[in-house]
Write a protein that binds this ligand. Structure first.
Ligand code: 4AD
Ligand code: MG
Length: 432
């Protein structure tokens, strides 16, 4: 037989008839002494392949266990009974790699699947999530390019904390100590004096003590920083970024969304409706009047309170003006209302929680120094570079960070954030 080019299973099904060559991994296998059905998968889809007892490769086919890798050449045709509507009548079957008995079978516990994450990645569920995540990040790159932003990469090893000392990971650095990045922001702020508008996609580390379905110890924060922008501008920009990325995910990954049980049309509606902006004080009022929950001004919203609030919205909501005294040192007080900071969070509906955090940036070195000291920082020397940015041609600027896994969890409707990242790290897990 003439040598054939391999094509993806999806491409073979799109062709629909004639001879095809596909390769992949055995997803399911069954049959009798008369006939064998082998469903193979590749990154694009799955397809049923069949061969009868008179086939020269029948004995070989019987040896194949789930996850063996194979190359198959055969005749493809429509078949209503096959799982994806097509079947390949095998002409040649070649085993590339045999598989031991695969440890993952039906109905295993989430912990078992996490212990075997390197193998569970192959599941159709994880494959769908990984594709959506990839599409989301690629869309975001395109968005920022379109908007005239530059990509700017910052150090991961940083000499200081930036989002509160309690969640910082300390690292031995030769004979000194340093920290893993809690955010890209402080370096992003340095970059705007050269690039004006910049963004990143970077690993972020937080020693979160909370064992919730929304916290990871290592996650990917996608941040941006822009000169000349203020709080209203930045929060509207955040809405546009996320809407754009969601629209691209719907356009390119609607099958994967559906596979995960999500309705792309419902998501599209969300992406096409205006998203409200309210103040923290208004959020407290909604909580009190509609949910009977009393949160005193000055307390951060806890997960339960965010969820209760979001029961009253179908789209993400931007909440601005959180109490200054509980905010990070770089979030400035509103000059017209100093107990409120010029900051925002974006909360997602349906238990999505906080997906974005951002603010205008303080330009007041004295105020920031006092707040860092109040936070327990004794040595402010690592912050001098940051203060310098206020000394040499300071300009108003703002930025925000999106929790990539939080957004993926929300749009994929996942129960736990751990499924939104390939190899999750939490307080209780750092392997495989
Ligand atoms: O609200 P955060 O802490 O904001 C910052 O770090 C700012 N410096 C960002 C900026 O302005 N450039 O974190 C931003 C987002 C949160 O809204 C949340 O979505 C996500 O990062 N996030 C986490 N995601 C998973 N696990 C964790 N432990 C997270 N902590 C924050
Ligand atoms: Mg936050």
């Amino acid at each position: 037989m003439a040598r054939m080019e391999y094509q993806s299973i999806q491409a073979a099904m799109d062709k629909g008839k004639g001879k095809v060559a596909v390769r992949g991994w055995v997803w399911r296998e069954r049959g009798s002494n008369k006939v064998r059905f082998i469903i193979i998968r590749d990154s694009s889809n799955i397809i049923q392949c069949v061969l009868g007892a008179d086939h020269k490769d029948f004995e070989e086919a019987k040896k194949l266990q789930v996850e063996a890798s194979v190359e198959i050449i055969g005749e493809i045709k429509k078949d209503e009974r096959a799982p994806t509507g097509y079947e390949i009548q095998v002409e040649t079957l070649k085993t590339v790699g045999y598989s031991d008995t695969f440890p993952i079978t039906k109905d295993q516990s989430p912990e078992f699947l996490l212990d075997n994450r390197h193998l569970w990645l192959r599941s159709r569920k994880m494959t769908a999530i990984l594709k959506i995540r990839s599409t989301y990040v690629q869309a975001r790159e395109a968005f920022f390019e379109k908007e005239g932003f530059y990509r700017f990469d910052s150090p991961i090893l940083q000499p200081m904390q930036s989002e509160g000392g309690s969640t910082v990971f300390e690292v031995k650095y030769y004979d000194r100590k340093t920290y893993l990045a809690q955010t890209w922001q402080l370096y992003g702020e340095a970059a705007i004096f050269a690039l004006e508008r910049c963004y990143n996609t970077g690993p972020t580390f937080r020693a979160e003590k909370s064992k919730t379905s929304r916290h990871l110890s290592e996650f990917w924060m996608v941040e941006m920083e822009a000169a000349w922008m203020d709080l209203p501008a930045i929060s509207e920009f955040a809405k546009r970024e996320i809407k754009y990325c969601i629209s691209k995910v719907i356009e390119k990954r609607s099958e994967e969304l559906q596979f995960l049980g999500q309705d792309p049309e419902a998501l599209r509606k969300i992406a096409e409706t205006p998203w409200p902006t309210i103040k923290y004080r208004e959020a407290l009022k909604i909580l009190q009047e509609k949910a009977g929950i009393n949160v005193p001004f000055g307390k951060d919203l806890r997960t339960v309170e965010e969820d209760k609030l979001m029961e009253h919205f179908d789209t993400p909501v931007v909440v601005t003006h959180y109490p200054t005294k509980i905010m990070a040192f770089y979030k400035p007080a509103d000059p017209d209302q100093p107990d409120e900071a010029l900051c925002f969070d974006m909360l997602a509906p349906k238990g999505g929680g906080e997906i974005v955090g951002g603010s205008q940036r303080s330009l007041d070195i004295k105020d920031m120094s006092l707040r860092l000291k109040a936070d327990g920082e004794v040595d402010l020397s690592p912050y001098q570079f940051y203060f310098d940015l206020r000394r040499y041609g300071s300009v108003p600027h703002s930025g925000y960070g999106v929790g990539l896994e939080r957004v993926i969890k929300w749009i994929c409707g996942l129960d736990n954030i751990k499924d939104a990242i390939p190899f999750p790290r939490t307080m209780l897990r750092m392997g495989p």
